[in-house]
Design a binder for this molecule. Structure first.
Ligand code: HEC
Length: 407
């Protein structure tokens, strides 16, 4: 459609013809009702804001004009995509090196700090979004993004060190360039059987943060917190069967079984049978890397057996999702998955194909570019984009940026 026609439409503040709405993203509808002082003025401001929000830096004059043209032509999402396309925008790299790095970094450490260095977890998130890898494989894919071989001043990738990623960051390597940051097989690079790999959950950074010490429940808690946007406190359900709660959880803490029944069960009944998926995973402090011992349950699953000797004894990595029933059914578990399995990857699929996961990613993307919380309509739009376009997070970022481009 011609931009002349659209300019006229906008200036007379005519409502959107129905066929436009069919073809354009919902966020664009805002445009059609706007009546700017002068054609192009508003679009230029919008283009600048989209660029600023996505990349954190102002656009070049040429990119600003190209984005403006797209907005005038009714394609605000196209303008946003242009801003984060390194082939079209010399400043697109800031979206990958800065915006997405800050987006992912809090998920990679227990303190949820944004200031941690680049690591295999954050780099993999950046690569997946850049390459439009379906984001519902985030917690299951046999994938890790690494720096290309031969980058000057960058030490070799190692499953026992983060130096490679710190070098990529210190050298300001352009992560938007597919020649610099490349997809690789996590199992091959780390010498771990494919059955022991589960997307970002089995990256070195995640293992160091969440398999360290403890009982591996932290991996479950933080994955749910970061990727389903729910802390366990919100998910407590004391009505679930308690048959898989491990021995280390006292059934009468402080001598009072009511506390167990009213509190402890709420989390542990659902969490323990899912955390069993990581029964063979551990963080080895001496080696400084994740270890995986197929068939051999880690000692941490069997500690403090005396707390309740009739508790559940873990013998394998079989997990089951007791939260498919009860109040946590609202998380929207996928009807096409069985709700149980062996190992971390199938648990990752279970989590990442829930509606809560999709809504969480959409919400986080919106927060990142719009700097506040989405209302329900905007959130619904973004979830629709994510699930309707093969979990393409790049598209979600682009649409989110148009939702707060101003009018
Ligand atoms: C709000 C959810 C929740 C409730 C309620 C809860 N727990 Fe836990 N529990 C956790 C999480 C999460 C972990 C893992 C902590 C970590 O490693 O960060 C954990 C870990 C544990 C551990 C292992 C020790 C450790 O640090 O890993 C024991 C033992 C335990 N809980 C017992 C209990 C008892 C007894 C109660 C009731 C008084 C209880 N829990 C109530 C969530 C909960």
């Amino acid at each position: 459609m011609g931009s002349t026609y659209e300019r006229k439409q906008r200036n007379t503040a005519a409502p959107c013809p129905a066929r436009w709405r069919e073809r354009l993203a919902a966020a664009l509808a805002v445009l059609c009702f706007a009546a700017p002082a002068a054609a192009g003025d508003l679009e230029r401001k919008q283009a600048r804001r989209i660029h600023d929000r996505l990349t954190g830096v102002p656009p070049t004059a040429a990119v600003l004009s190209a984005m403006e043209d797209r907005i005038v032509a009714g394609d605000a999402v196209g303008a946003a995509l242009l801003a984060i396309d390194p082939a079209s925008n010399p400043r697109a790299s800031s979206f990958y090196n800065v915006t997405l790095k800050n987006f992912a970094t809090p998920w990679t450490n227990e303190a949820q700090s944004v200031f941690d260095p680049l690591n295999d977890y954050s780099a993999t998130v950046i690569g997946m979004i850049r390459d439009e890898v379906p984001f519902n494989t985030l917690l299951s894919a046999d994938l890790v993004y690494v720096g290309a071989g031969g980058l000057s001043g960058v030490s070799a990738y190692s499953p026992a060190s983060n130096a490679h990623y710190e070098d990529l960051e210190a050298r300001n390597i352009d992560l938007s360039d597919p020649a610099n940051l490349v997809a690789d097989s996590q199992s091959l690079r780390n010498g771990i059987p494919a059955a022991g790999v589960a997307g970002v959950m089995t990256t070195r950074a995640a293992a160091q943060a969440f398999f360290i010490d403890g009982t591996n429940r932290a991996m479950f808690r933080f994955t749910v917190l970061n990727h389903l946007c729910n802390d366990l406190e919100q998910l407590k359900d004391t009505t679930r069967p308690a048959d898989r709660i491990r021995q280390d959880v006292s059934r009468s803490p402080g001598g009072d079984s009511r506390i167990y029944l009213n509190s402890c069960i709420g989390c542990h009944a659902g969490m323990d049978p899912m955390t069993q998926a990581f029964a063979y995973h551990d963080w080895d402090k001496t080696q400084g890397r994740m270890v995986y011992t197929p068939g051999q349950v880690r000692p941490k699953y069997l500690i403090n057996a005396d707390n309740f000797e009739y508790g559940y004894v873990t013998t394998d990595d079989r997990w089951d999702n007791y939260w498919r029933a009860g109040q946590n059914a609202v998380l929207g578990w996928s009807a096409s998955l069985p709700g149980g399995g062996n190992g971390a990857a199938s648990l990752g699929e279970e989590l990442a194909n829930s509606q809560a996961f999709a809504a969480c990613q959409a919400r986080k993307a919106y927060r990142t570019v719009c700097l506040n919380e989405p209302d329900q309509a905007r959130l619904d739009t973004l979830v629709g984009v994510l699930t309707g376009q093969n979990y393409n997070m790049k598209q979600v970022f682009a649409v989110a940026a148009t939702q707060c481009m101003g009018n």
